[in-house]
Ligand binder design. Structure first.
Ligand code: HPA
Length: 303
């Protein structure tokens, strides 16, 4: 039987491997970016999504300017602990950077198209290089809370067509699966974290929908499928960003280590506090990524 197209943007390649088409930010994201600039924010080549506990990194920006994401009418307010929902523009070592202080999650009830709005806004603000952060559960018994895992790949156990809401970009089709995570930049991020004296490793992120942390049996299963960390975010953003042609690095802070045979109690407050303690390592990675980022991408031409 011939293989069928599943949607406008997802096709099955001959070997059965999914191929996703390129896209660009929706017109509303471009309008929101213009609003940010008109309100006093600035365009930047480097963008960052601050996950659980990472919000304090905004304080380290020089010349910081912030506005609430909901004021653009494009971003939704997160209900999750430690996700303040601000857009922050500033500089790092003299280079313009734009940060999103928090994100919305599927477990809060948001549909897939809402989960990629933040990265669409960043792309519309000129971002070419993206650092995405999150808090996660460590699955290797040798891990310690507070260490960083620079993602080399992910296992998407939620499996929705992330980024399908993007504006189609017919001139740039192609299989982007090989390039979801930029491996050279990932390696530079890893070296930068180590140089800053932080425990870091490369690893695979398993994406589950939440909202609860995993059972002991689920942790055992995740170890068997060779995931290194588990969390409830990031993958929709990564896929959408790669589809928009951004260079992507994702960094996970291990806030609890899954020990199926000696379970630890995990709660959202502990996760926030431990993630905040890892801020120095994440900052070292950001400083590495701004070094040769180049200028922001040009604003989208009006069509
Ligand atoms: N599981 C899923 N998400 C998480 C965890 C976890 O153990 N820790 C922090 N975020």
């Amino acid at each position: 039987m011939p293989q069928r197209d599943h949607s406008e943007t997802h096709v099955l390649s001959p070997c059965g491997r999914p191929t996703v088409r390129r896209g660009r930010p929706r017109a509303e994201a471009t309008a929101a970016a213009e609003q940010v600039v008109a309100a006093g924010g600035s365009r930047a080549a480097v963008g960052m999504v601050l996950g659980t506990g990472m919000g304090g990194l905004v304080e380290r920006l020089a010349d910081a300017w912030t506005m609430l994401g909901v004021e653009t009418g494009w971003l939704a307010r997160s209900t999750a602990t430690g996700h303040a929902g601000r857009i922050a523009c500033g500089t790092v070592d003299g280079v313009p950077v734009v940060m999103l202080q928090g994100r919305v999650h599927g477990y809060e009830g948001f549909p897939p198209e809402m989960l990629t709005r933040g990265v669409e806004l960043l792309a519309a603000l000129g971002v070419r290089r993206l650092l995405v952060t999150n808090a996660s559960g460590g699955l290797r018994p040798t891990m310690t809370s507070g260490e960083l895992v620079i993602l080399s790949d992910h296992i998407d156990l939620v499996r929705k067509p992330w980024g399908d809401a993007l504006e189609p970009c017919p001139t740039a089709a192609g299989d982007i699966h090989a390039a979801l995570y930029d491996s050279d930049l990932g390696e530079r991020a890893f070296v930068a974290a180590r140089r800053a004296g932080v425990i870091a490793r490369r690893g695979v992120y398993a994406f589950l929908s939440g909202p609860s942390y995993e059972t002991r049996a689920e942790y055992r299963m995740l170890r068997r499928i060779e995931a290194d960390v588990v969390g409830m975010s990031t993958v929709p953003e990564i896929v959408a960003a790669a589809r928009m042609g951004l260079e992507v690095v994702a960094c996970s802070v291990v806030t609890n280590v899954a020990r199926p045979d000696a379970p630890e109690h995990t709660d959202a407050e502990d996760v926030c506090r431990l993630a905040a303690d890892a801020a120095d390592g994440v900052w070292a990675i950001l400083r590495e990524l701004v070094q040769d980022a180049g200028p922001p991408a040009a604003p989208a031409a009006n069509e």
